[in-house]
Design a protein around this ligand. Structure first.
Ligand code: FES
Length: 109
């Protein structure tokens, strides 16, 4: 399909899931994971307020810089990896992310 990219998500059991994500629906990675029923809670609805969408970026894609809200939330999250941790809800699906690989962070609650 046009206007979709492929993203690999590695779940907490080390299973790989290849997701097709639309680039024209203003979605973020947390929403895409939820639409595939992956165990991503997204409790705050994508407001960078809960960190249940915490993931590690495993591929070397250049992502948009973190907002202050995202940095603040990751400061309070568990299992943070300074190099790889991002909030899935703050990763907006765009063409440049085709082939992105992320791993879900362990659940903190
Ligand atoms: S969904 Fe709450 S921080 Fe991403």
């Amino acid at each position: 399909m046009e206007d979709t990219i492929k993203i690999t998500v590695i779940d907490r059991e080390d299973q790989e899931h290849i997701l097709e994500a639309p680039t024209d629906m203003n979605m973020n990675l947390m929403e895409v994971c939820k639409s595939y029923d992956l165990p991503v809670k997204g409790t705050c609805g994508g407001m960078a307020l809960c960190s249940t969408c915490h993931c590690y970026v495993e591929s070397d894609h250049e992502l948009a810089e973190m907002s202050e809200d995202e940095e603040d939330m990751l400061d309070q999250a568990f299992f943070v990896d300074d190099e790889k941790s991002r909030l899935g809800c703050q990763i907006h699906i765009s063409e440049g992310l085709d082939g992105l690989v992320v791993k879900l962070a362990p659940e903190a609650e």
